[in-house]
Design a protein around this ligand. Structure first.
Ligand code: NAD
Length: 502
């Protein structure tokens, strides 16, 4: 059996086909049910590892380990918890290349983007560790007694991750949960379990056994976490349909739970007529996230709402930049865009491309598998794709693709543009490009989305809370102290004092 660090030590082109166990109670642990599955690279089909999948009984064991360890962890000072998380962040940053390579090969996404994600995740651990000591309650002068609130940990937090940023999401879930004094049970996405397990191995001498547990697996493992009676705080990142299932399963478990849902989006980028076409096109390309994660990004602005006066020039530039994106093997540092996370997902993306054509949209870039590249033949590749003249009734306008497909819709009237921006069940991000501050602010306030950029796009800033409206979710992440607070529950303590004459 391999140690969990072996996947991190992979050189270019090397594979691990040994077994990678779960991480429970601070140690590599075989699944009791003994389910082991191949973890393959979607770019090459090679088996990267044989991964143990957690059954309910394994989740139960993780809960027992977490329960035993958590009270002592919560008794450590904030400074001490922060010191350990900061050190973990440093270790991840020092091995960002390896994490980048591992995530690239496991999920098919370009190395440079996955390395940047590991660095960002490490940075978030360090930021949370830095602000953690500022966590505090309030005193309330309700009487001349003493009334105060204390932020208390929930005990055990269950975190369920999407596949697109494995190392980054591991850090984002673990930092606030642990800083708040909880133990964590984290389920990576079934497609990308390796780097979260490698993070666990890096934390071995920093975190008491049982404080951070990683249980690989799919829906069954996720359900075991969501319905466990001793896990009262759930943070979930994934799709809308699964988010609804998680919310409902949490309610049906018979326990009241605090549930954060970070879900999908069909996000608009609205370009006003006063914007420089070159700047607009650059923003559109950046917002698609084609060149980072092949459009597999919840916040990607995949609906371009473009003023008709700029249509021809902006579309021409966007098409030129799209076809210039360098597709390649994910672990090649020169690659700008890798492949989709799986062949099944590639086929879903291609079915949406077919439906866009059938719905009357005009294909102006991409639209297929990359035909002329023998090296990409085995992989789950889709060309970066742009459709013009997308009608609001088209599937492409309404459904999240979570892949490299941009739809362009033209507008003439500002009110119509903002109506179209809101004509979606989602409400995650929106980007407004406009040089008139009155109009821009009006648009920003009118769009029903939780995270809005004006003359900016794509970047998420630590400290600025991120979360969706409407069917894009519930609750916020990334808000530093607020993020830690959201992993606590408030206790109010009232102390009556006898009136003592001075
Ligand atoms: P998914 O919903 O298929 O899976 C997400 C996670 O849920 C995985 O770990 C999966 O194994 C688990 N799961 C599946 N069924 C479950 C169940 N019944 N109970 C509990 N857990 C279950 O999503 P995905 O394909 O991994 O990720 C893509 C989706 O995630 C997109 O919709 C994307 O927009 C969204 N996403 C949102 C954010 C955000 O911050 N808002 C970030 C990244 C991705």
């Amino acid at each position: 059996m391999t140690t969990l660090l072996d996947p991190l030590d992979l050189g270019p082109g090397e594979t691990v086909v040994e077994e990678v166990p779960l991480w429970i109670g601070g140690t590599p642990t075989r699944s009791v049910a003994g389910r082991v599955e191949d973890d393959t690279s979607p770019a090459t089909g090679e088996v990267l590892a044989r991964v143990h999948l957690a059954a309910r009984i394994d989740v139960d064991r993780a809960v027992e380990a977490a329960k035993a360890a958590q009270p002592e962890w919560a008794r450590l000072t904030l400074v001490e918890r922060g010191r350990r998380l900061k050190e973990l962040g440093r270790r991840i940053a020092a091995r960002a290349e390896e994490f980048g390579r591992l995530d690239a090969r496991d999920g098919g996404t370009a190395f440079r983007s996955m390395k940047a994600g590991a660095e960002k995740g490490a940075g978030y651990l360090e930021l949370i560790a830095g602000v953690g000591p500022e966590l505090h309650g309030r005193t309330i002068p309700a009487t001349n007694g003493l009334h105060f609130t204390e932020p208390a940990p929930w005990g055990i937090v269950g975190a369920i991750c999407a596949y697109n940023h494995p190392t980054l999401f591991t850090c984002m879930k673990m930092a606030p949960a642990l800083m708040a004094g909880n133990a964590l049970i984290l389920k990576p996405a079934v497609q990308t379990p390796l780097s979260p397990l490698a993070v666990a191995a890096l934390s071995e001498d920093l975190l008491p056994p049982g404080i951070f547990n990683v249980v690989a697996g799919g829906a069954e493992t996720g359900e075991a976490i969501v319905t466990h009676p001793d896990i009262l705080r759930i943070t979930f990142t994934g799709s809308l349909p699964t988010g609804l299932r998680v919310y409902s399963a949490a309610a049906q478990s018979g326990r009241f739970k605090s549930v954060t849902l970070e879900l999908g989006g069909k996000n608009p980028i609205v370009i006003y007529p006063d914007v420089d076409p070159a700047a607009a096109a650059a923003a559109v390309i950046k917002g698609t996230n084609f060149a980072r994660v092949g459009g597999q990004s919840c916040g990607a602005t995949s609906r371009l709402l473009l003023h008709e006066s700029l249509h021809d020039e902006v579309v021409e530039r966007v098409v030129a930049d799209t076809v210039a994106i360098k597709l390649g093997l994910p672990d090649d540092p020169e690659t700008e865009m890798g492949c989709m996370v799986s062949h099944a997902h590639r086929d879903r993306v291609l079915s949406m491309v077919a439906d866009a054509r059938a719905d009357g949209a005009r294909l102006v870039a991409g639209g297929d598998r990359p035909a002329s590249r023998a090296d990409l033949e085995a992989g789950a590749y889709v060309e970066p794709t742009v459709f013009d003249a997308v009608e609001p009734s088209a599937r492409l306008f309404r459904e999240e693709v979570f892949g490299p497909v941009l739809g362009v819709t033209t507008w003439t009237d500002e009110r119509e543009a903002l109506r179209l921006a809101n004509d979606t069940e989602y409400g995650l991000t929106a980007s407004i490009w406009c040089n008139d501050i009155d109009r821009a602010l009006h648009a920003a306030r009118t769009v029903d989305a939780g995270y809005v950029w004006v003359n900016d796009v794509e970047v998420r800033y630590p400290g600025v809370p991120f979360g969706g409206w409407k069917q894009s979710g519930l609750g916020l992440e990334l808000g530093l102290v607020d993020d830690i607070l959201s992993h606590t529950r408030s206790k109010s303590i009232n102390i009556g004092l006898s009136a003592r004459p001075v």
